[in-house]
Design a protein around this ligand. Structure first.
Ligand SMILES: Cc1ncc(COP(=O)(O)O)c(C=O)c1O
Length: 403
């Protein structure tokens, strides 16, 4: 018997590069190898292609001007560039507001800024659905706030923050507003021209583009200091010869995302919802985490009580199904994800949380396959669990609160 085809449901980690993206990139590794800055035909051709790519990304973002886009090496660099720039341009303001559920690209930068530069950090918490504590945010804003950085969509649960409202509040305090929109771009409509967002980070590999390319949007009129100083590329805002194949690939990915968004959003959401409903019907003692009303269309995060996510992933992987858990293996002990901890998801469930994240490449057959293989996996693992006391029962004893 031939093995069923593999099922990839880890698209928030990375997506497959679209074949059209690869095709668009290939000539820029071979015959179109010129440096866009060169004063000859080889350079001019590449320069023209880069300008077209920038227009495609501008259209996806609904940005007013193409020069509001600065290419970077990805989401992490864009996040770093935004926060570090604000600390330099915001005239003596030395505080940053962010949330407890950001990606490490923001959180570890903030930890470092706090420890080594003495920047005061305000990390705003969330409720049990992952919604931001608006009152705590209002209280943290002050004339000392340089920049506020809240993610648009959470990478683990898909929960959306109301970034436009949050940006308006930041402006009332004279602060800049940045959003890490790495998980939002290409999945939900965005119109930056009519939004108060000052800066936005995105990453190519989350929207069927290549890895190692991203962009930082900086609204016209917002002062910006380069993170990477060098040549005059990107209007002097990011030095280094442009990664032409990757930029052109990101442009193609943006064009495809915009073209597919309407219909694919609905189709992907229906797949996600069918998977979620099917799991909740077939498996007891599990629940969806995050804000189901304000969520990305492609993400389902389900917490299974009394078992470890890593066990589930291992057995799913044996069946050819790829998903992910938010846990990080630190110092020998498996810590549940910082996002689920911030949401106060009970310990015995947070450990068993699995994220299924879809893309336009997924089909109904993928959902059917997971619904076939997952219930027996959960049953098998629970039979081995010291915490499992039977369907509908509270988990046994050990249920510490998080430190
Ligand atoms: C919300 C978020 N921000 C930032 C990043 C980092 O992006 P990159 O891999 O392009 O550096 C990721 C990647 O997982 C992400 O999900």
């Amino acid at each position: 018997m031939t093995a069923p085809p593999p099922v990839y449901l880890d698209n928030n980690a990375t997506t497959a590069c679209d074949p059209e993206v690869v095709a668009a990139m290939l000539p820029f590794f071979t015959e179109q190898f010129g440096n866009a800055s060169s004063m000859h035909a080889f350079g001019a051709k590449v320069g023209a292609a880069l300008r077209d790519a920038r227009k495609s990304l501008q259209a996806l973002l609904g940005a007013a001007h193409d020069h509001e886009i600065i290419y970077t090496s990805g989401g992490t660099e864009s996040d770093n560039a935004a926060l570090l720039s604000a600390l330099e341009t915001q005239g003596g303001r030395d505080e940053i507001i962010t949330s407890t559920v950001e990606h490490p690209a923001i959180l570890s930068l903030c930890d470092w800024l706090e420890k080594s530069r003495g920047v005061t950090m305000h990390r705003i918490g969330v409720d049990s659905l992952g919604r931001l504590d608006l009152e705590a945010y209002r209280r943290a804003l002050s004339p000392r706030t340089a920049i506020v950085s809240f993610m648009w969509a959470n990478n683990e649960t898909g929960t959306l923050f109301p970034v436009e409202l949050l940006a308006e509040l930041a402006h009332e305090a004279g602060a800049l507003f940045h959003t890490d929109a790495v998980q939002a771009v290409g999945k939900i409509p965005i119109n930056l021209a009519s939004s108060p967002i000052d800066m936005l980070s995105l990453s190519g590999h989350k929207l069927h583009g290549p890895k190692g390319i991203g962009a930082l949007y900086v609204k016209k009129g917002v002062r910006f200091r380069s993170l990477i100083r060098g040549g005059h590329q990107e209007r002097g805002r990011r030095g280094g010869t442009e990664n032409a194949p990757a930029i052109i690939g990101l442009g193609k990915a943006a064009e495809l995302a915009l073209a597919h968004m309407g219909e694919e959003r609905t189709r992907v959401m229906a797949l996600r919802d069918r998977l979620e409903k099917g799991i909740l019907q077939r498996v007891g003692n599990c629940f969806v985490t995050g804000d189901v009303r304000e969520r990305l269309p492609n993400t389902a995060n389900i917490a299974f009580e009394c078992i470890e996510g890593e066990g589930i992933l291992l057995l799913l992987n044996k069946e050819g199904v790829a998903a992910s858990s938010g846990s990080a293996c630190t110092s020998g002990s498996l810590e549940p994800s910082h996002v689920l901890r911030a949401m106060n998801v009970p310990y015995t469930a947070a450990h068993g949380a699995i994220r299924f994240s879809f893309s336009r490449d997924n089909t109904d057959a993928d959902v059917d396959r997971v619904l076939d293989v997952l219930p027996p996996i959960i049953e098998r693992l629970r039979a081995l669990s010291p915490f499992w006391r039977g369907a509908g029962q509270e988990p046994a004893a050990f249920n510490p609160t998080f430190a």
